[in-house]
Design a protein around this ligand. Structure first.
Ligand SMILES: [Zn+2]
Length: 114
């Protein structure tokens, strides 16, 4: 029943619907559960409770991204919201800031991890 061919005449809406469906199915895989168990936000690198991680498409479906494992990452709510609401250049800035911060974040105190 399943057709292996890509339908080239999909509208954008249809494409997004199909990819969303794929993403939903991915949520049920061990691959995704393992990522949730790690509980690390792909963007800011923070450890967040599993229920606060959302599934995010690095390249949004609206921009032609797909629900492939390469394009799907766990994201905390904060990053997810920012990614959705900020214009791309501000989002890039935010990411750049996060990256710069990671190296020098030594002020949390009592850091037992060497
Ligand atoms: Zn985050």
């Amino acid at each position: 029943m399943k057709k292996g061919k890509h339908m080239k005449h999909l509208t954008k809406e249809e494409f997004i619907k199909i990819e969303r469906e794929k993403a939903r199915r991915l949520k049920d895989t061990r691959w995704w559960r393992r990522r949730l168990e790690k509980g690390i936000c792909y963007y800011c690198g923070r450890k967040v409770p599993r229920e606060e991680l959302t599934m995010d498409h690095k390249i949004p479906l609206a921009l032609g991204g797909t629900s492939s494992r390469e394009n799907i990452v766990p994201s905390c709510k904060e990053c997810n919201t920012k990614k959705k609401t900020l214009p791309p250049w501000e989002w890039e800035e935010y990411l750049a800031k996060l990256k710069g911060k990671k190296g020098e974040e030594g002020f949390e105190g009592g850091n037992s991890e060497s």
